[in-house]
Design a protein around this ligand. Structure first.
Ligand code: B12
Length: 472
């Protein structure tokens, strides 16, 4: 196949996050002998000049733009990245006649809205390694693309989103991870991303992951994960972040991945972080994770009130959390809890109980997000689309989902963060998802303090850097 691709990483939020998704599709193209060029806007100070440089005397077949985040998902800031993506699309359009294609986890959450907003030519929602090759073939042969799975495209002025087909991760080749400058990312304090699976079958009412990644879990063979780790290690990378929605689901696969890492002798060379569900988690997994190089875990706990957990569609209970904390202490694992305050049914009392219980359990670090980002096609989004909960929506009922739209339980009154601060009472173990400029925020999108700590040599997950800085 000929006809070249220009892949552009548009995620410029600092500290940076390595563009693993874009790299995966780039490698699929390279494997199929499609010429690929890379423009990483994260490393450019003048993006327009960089685009002009890249497109001068160069007419690619396709320009692919990543949409990793639609917004910062923070109630306090509600910073959307979509106007920025639209600006890049407009500038690319001005410079070239190439086909403009979007994709990425953010895009996959609300593909049609993003296509309409940015006026790109098409996008791919979900797994893209195979569709991107089929699309290249169609464009090169002058054929239509409307029959392709996962494709989001224009038909008579309207957007259409084709049904999704997931790739079989067993058959994908091991990505070589050489398209982007992952070493430079690590030098800038980023953790390099790596997947052990895709998809999440949990039924949390708010979560975008099943929408973006699919609700069936598709496992990567552990030996392929190890091969990818090994290859990145030989390139001098040693800090990693797993890109699984929840590493320990299913637990047997998590253990198999750890065992494969240990058997390959990589356990003491890697340092990795990941997200885990509070359940299932046992001593065996904890031990294996430690021996496989796990440096810290972020648990999506959400609440320490059983009624609230069940309203959020979570499958764990406060009893499970107590057992988990005991186990983590015995095993000496580094961890934090993520809490989600303000969902349907949340009251001042459930917030107080949750915060008090985190304190009683002596959890080393807990991040609190107050206000729930509402996504289409989630259970919460569907309920809201049927016109419920109107009094609880921010900035206002009727706002489109891409705005960004948040739900906050009306029982918390007009100032939820003041309420939370009152219950937290200055306890340094709590962080708030607020403006990155605020002391004690764990909003990583353009956090200057975090960037400064990294420049001074701090490394690891961003929450772990903040934890060490706070000396908790
Ligand atoms: C790991 C992770 C983190 C880690 C990243 C560490 C690291 N180095 O990887 C940390 C903790 C730092 C982090 C930070 C943030 N994150 Co985060 N993160 C994730 C997570 C779990 C994995 C992302 C990932 O890399 N996936 C793996 C890759 C392979 O998948 P992918 O990008 O979808 O790529 C595939 C396709 O989409 C496609 N594709 C990708 N790019 C392109 C481009 C083109 C042109 C095409 C055609 C296709 C294509 O091909 C790939 C293979 O099929 C996701 C949730 C999830 N399960 O994906 C959230 C997620 C992306 N994060 C999210 C958010 C909000 C953030 C923050 C903004 C939070 C904050 N305020 O601090 C920051 C942003 C930081 C930044 N600079 O971008 C949200 C975004 C939601 C949204 N509305 O867009 C997500 C979806 C979580 C969620 N459910 O809310 N994150």
């Amino acid at each position: 196949m000929t006809g070249s691709f220009l892949l552009i990483n548009t995620n410029v939020a600092q500290p940076p996050v390595s563009p693993v998704g874009l790299e995966y599709i780039g490698e699929a193209l390279v494997e199929a002998k499609v010429p690929v060029q890379i423009l990483d806007l994260s490393f450019e100070t003048d993006w327009k000049a960089a685009l002009a440089r890249e497109l001068k005397d160069n007419e690619p077949l396709v320009v692919g733009l990543s949409v990793r985040n639609t917004d910062d998902c923070c109630f306090a800031t509600r910073k959307s990245f979509l106007p920025w993506i639209r600006e890049v699309v407009t500038e690319v359009r001005r410079l070239t006649q190439a086909f403009i294609l979007l994709g990425g986890v953010g895009f996959s959450v609300m593909p049609e809205a993003i296509l309409r907003l940015t006026q790109a030519d098409a996008g791919i929602a979900g797994d893209s390694e195979e569709v991107v090759l089929a699309l290249t073939k169609c464009l090169m042969n002058g054929e239509g693309i409307s029959h392709l799975p996962n494709i989001v495209y224009w038909r008579e002025g309207q957007t259409v989103c084709n049904p999704r087909v997931d790739v079989d991760l067993h058959h994908l080749p091991v990505p070589r991870r050489r398209l982007f400058d992952n070493r430079r990312y690590e030098d800038l304090g980023a953790m390099v991303g790596i997947e052990t699976k895709r998809g999440c079958s949990q039924q949390c009412i708010f979560c975008a992951d099943p929408v973006a990644k699919g609700s069936s879990m598709r496992l990567r063979p552990p030996l392929k994960v190890v091969q990818e780790f090994q290859d990145l290690l030989t390139q001098g990378i040693s800090w990693f972040h797993l890109c699984d929605s929840e590493f320990n689901l299913p637990i047997a696969h998590a253990k198999d991945v750890c065992r494969a890492i240990i058997e390959a002798g990589l356990g003491n060379k890697l340092r990795w972080y990941g997200y885990c569900s509070p359940m299932p988690f046992d001593h065996e997994l904890a031990g294996l994770m430690k021996r496989a190089g796990c440096a810290g875990i972020n648990f999506g706990v959400d609440s320490l009130c059983d009624e609230q957990l069940s309203r959020l569609g979570r499958s764990h209970s406060t009893g499970d959390i107590h057992r988990l904390v005991r186990l983590l202490k015995q095993e000496g694992l580094n961890y934090m809890f993520d809490l989600l305050i303000g969902g349907p049914g949340e009251t001042k009392e459930t917030v107080r109980v949750t915060i008090d219980r985190v304190k009683e359990l002596n959890v080393p670090l807990a991040g609190i997000a107050a206000g729930i980002r509402v996504y289409p096609d989630t259970p919460l989004g569907k309920t809201i689309a049927q016109d419920s909960f109107n009094e609880a929506l921010y900035p206002a009922a009727g706002c489109p989902f891409h705005e960004p739209l948040f739900y906050l339980s009306p029982s918390l009154g007009s100032d939820a963060s003041a309420l939370i601060n009152e219950f937290v009472a200055g306890d340094q173990r709590f962080l708030l998802l607020s403006s990155p400029a605020e002391e004690g925020s764990y909003n990583y999108a353009d956090d200057e303090v975090l960037c400064q700590l990294i420049r001074e040599g701090a490394r690891g997950a961003y929450w772990d850097i903040i934890r060490q800085h706070r000396k908790v």
